[in-house]
Design a binder for this molecule. Sequence first.
Ligand code: ARG
Length: 411
Amino acid sequence: MLTKIKAEIVPVLSAQTSLGENEIFNALEVPKNLDHGHLAFPVFPLAKQLRKAPPLIAKEIVEKINAAGLKSLQSAEAAGGYVNFKFRNDFVQHVLTKSVHEPALGHSKVGEGKNFLIDYSSPNVAKKMHIGHLRATVIGQAIRNLAETQGYKVTGINHLGDWGVQFGKLAWAYLKWGGEYDFENKALESLNELYVRFHDEVEKNPDLEKEGASYFKKLEDGDEKIKKIWQMILEVSLKEYQRLYEMLNVKHDVIMGEAFFNDKLEPTIARLEKAGLLKESDGAQVVFMDEPLPPCIIRKSDGASLYATRDLAAAIYRREVMKADMNVYVVGAEQSLHFQQVFQVLRKLGYDWAETCHHVGFGMYRFKEGKMASRKGQVIFMEDLLFRAIDLVRDIVRAKNPALSETERER
Ligand code: ARG
């Protein structure tokens, strides 16, 4: 776009001065203040050669340009040592519309033959998505789209949070109270209520925590009945997410949640062990990091693996099995310590491909009252936000287009 606008003025300037086209092309600047025009040409390089003061040179160039009568130009003005060019609106619009419709605008082949893996959205299942997931979802999809224009073979991954003790609690609560809820129509709401109810109950009867843990253990050991409930939770969550993804035009190629890595955790820990990286600390097994990072916990004292353990296994899988040349994680900045630790462990394992792993972080929404907290009802669901945005846009369209027919207005 800028190239095309520059190309309009370069030959004219070159004809009026002793400078070559390339030189002029590179010298043209975009003024900081757009009121000054679309492009500015600094005449200083000519001063020595012409032995004239820059403002005078600028003035002379303006006269010559005006005499040349370039149709696309609205004005050329001398301002100190610069000539400022303003182009006519219809010309700028023309260039803009043409560029936008160019199918290969900005495309390249730099990524040809390379696998670009990108992990985005990746919500924790059994919960409705809220606005905190919006950026992880849309920034991820945007980067994915860009990577595709650069020729990469892109694989979009939904790394669902689908494992952990909360599924034991949910299974317990579902078996006990599930019948009282409308799973047919309000599955995620029901799961949420079950979860809250479970915790209310824990207040009265702390032993329930153990029940939750034992149900999770059953799930880990492959208990069929509990596994079915877990699968149901996964299904209803995905069904809901899919609806939102469709609204946002977001697509993943593979759904590969944390649970997928269950049987890959021991081999991962074995690698750490073999490399002499696994150390004991307060009964837990950790990898010590370089200053100033705190140790990366690999296995808790009760033997349980952690989020980081699963991400290590996942990163190794993405490289060794999925052949990632680039492995990108689009996740909120509050997890940047986590990713620094994971990437450092990979480097300590001697994997030079750790350099191809990147965390793309972004900020968190904060409210006057502080962070978003679902417990306090301070949560804005993604669905509500999207419908609200649609309503607002529809109102604006209607207000601006009173002549639209009713059916058109309804769309
Ligand atoms: N499920 C996580 C969360 O909601 C995000 C997962 C991001 N991806 C990853 N490989 N850690 O916080």
